[in-house]
Design a protein around this ligand. Structure first.
Ligand code: FE2
Length: 427
């Protein structure tokens, strides 16, 4: 007997199967008797995927666009300055309302695991307190993991070091950093060393904004890989952005990539943000600003797309849809073969789940009963359409439903049509 069966859907690997759920767990996958279920979702012809996962976000800043003003230059540095202005005037309630609104958007898009950085360069730690409360409030449907992020520099900001440690004491999950924003390369490298030591001593993961720069000499990823190995943090450390790698010397990268493989570093490019923020000082040719995604994947490095920003000082758009993120990544990284497009879908699901260390994630017996049914036939069509999330199930409960978004066409000399989906047999 099941509480819920999701019937006849197509899984991301192409299998067609029923998924049986009891309580908050998947208990069977295969051909199931729907008479034995209290509730049935009819997913015939639709893609059934494990939930989307965003391993890089800023929930304390989201939905603040325009407050107190707009980022006129569009640069990372003006964005950081603008965020500093906003921090002076925002309240804890304001952060909570914006974060919870964003979580509503995420739930409706099947985005059920989010790693959010939270700024620790604020002696009041308003964002930390607010997001710890939000984490508790949404825990029945969103896995929210928080990163202590010294936005203004672990050493460069006079109280960031103390406040970052306070945030970890308060229950923040992951150690963050921003070595390329410290005053010198040497300070940046030292911050990587100390922050990794803090994580090792506390048994925590590390996720650093690392080398978010067009400067090919920004090489903090090398130190991050070295410290990961020295401290035995293999697989528990993530380098976010790594944009400077797009312009590094190829010979240097030929040594760097194997170091990253040895340390089992996870990598999170953020294509929506990287394509609009990087290359701002370039004339032409103008760099794309994305790290070496295909080359890392080919080496076996775990790479997943992150969203980073929605309607905040750095980015004036965004939807909480990880398919938008993967769609942009696919274009900027030129991952256009069928295999590469399938990989782009996996990057916003299983690869990101691995980065976040989600152990009971996926569509298999024993996994958490969280999934999303999409109005698409397969992962590539999902990327093409970024379609409606027909049903979103979190821990065995339906938490969101959306209608199919078809247009109804009544055109001269054409049959009435209601599909954007590609059905070759109907042509
Ligand atoms: Fe970020």
């Amino acid at each position: 007997m099941f509480d819920l069966i999701v019937r006849g859907g197509t899984l991301p690997d192409g299998r067609v199967a029923d998924i049986g759920i009891v309580g908050d767990r998947i208990t069977a996958i295969g051909s199931l008797d729907t008479a034995e279920s209290g509730h049935v979702i009819d997913a015939f012809g639709d893609l059934v995927s494990p939930p989307f996962v965003d391993p890089h976000f800023h929930m304390d800043a989201t939905l603040s666009f325009g407050s107190p003003r707009i980022n006129a230059s569009g640069t990372l540095l003006e964005g950081i300055g603008l965020w500093g202005e906003l921090k002076q005037v925002m309240t804890q309630d304001d952060i909570k309302v914006r974060a919870l609104t964003y979580c509503d958007w995420a739930a409706s898009m099947g985005l059920l695991a989010i790693r959010s950085h939270v700024d620790t360069c604020d002696d009041r730690l308003l964002g930390v307190e607010a997001l710890l409360e939000v984490k508790e409030q949404v825990k029945e449907y969103i896995d929210l993991q928080l990163v202590a992020f010294p936005q203004d520099g672990f050493y460069r900001d006079p109280t960031a070091r103390e406040n970052t440690i306070r945030a970890l004491d308060m229950g923040v999950d992951v150690v963050g950093g921003i070595p390329h924003f410290e005053r010198t390369m040497a300070d940046g490298a030292m911050s990587v060393k100390e922050l990794c030591e803090i994580a090792a001593a506390r048994g925590l993961q590390v996720d650093m904004h690392c080398d978010e720069s067009d400067d090919p000499h920004s090489r903090h990823i090398e130190t991050l890989a070295y410290e990961t190995q020295r401290l035995g943090l293999h697989g528990r450390v993530t380098g976010s952005h790594l944009t400077s790698m797009h312009s590094m010397d190829n010979y240097y990268v030929s040594k760097l990539l194997p170091l990253m493989v040895e340390s089992e570093i996870n990598v999170i490019p953020n294509p929506l943000i990287n394509i609009v923020i990087q290359g701002r000082h370039d004339t032409f040719p103008k760099r794309r600003g994305l790290t070496r995604v295909k080359e890392m994947l080919a080496m076996g490095i775990n790479v997943g797309w992150g969203q980073d920003c929605v309607l905040d000082p750095w980015y004036s758009l965004g939807t909480a849809d990880m398919l938008d993120v993967a769609f942009m990544g696919l274009h900027v990284a030129q991952m256009t073969s069928p295999e590469d497009m399938q990989t782009c879908f996996n990057m916003v699901t299983v690869n990101n789940a691995k980065t976040m260390g989600l152990t009971d994630y996926g569509l298999h017996v024993g996994a958490k009963a969280s999934l999303v049914v999409l109005d698409a036939s397969n992962p590539i069509e999902a990327l093409r359409l970024r379609p409606a999330r027909l049903w979103v199930v979190a821990n065995g409960r339906v938490i969101s439903q959306s209608p199919r978004a078809d247009a109804t066409l009544s055109l001269p000399k054409r049959p009435i049509s209601t599909h954007r989906r590609h059905h070759p047999e109907a042509i």
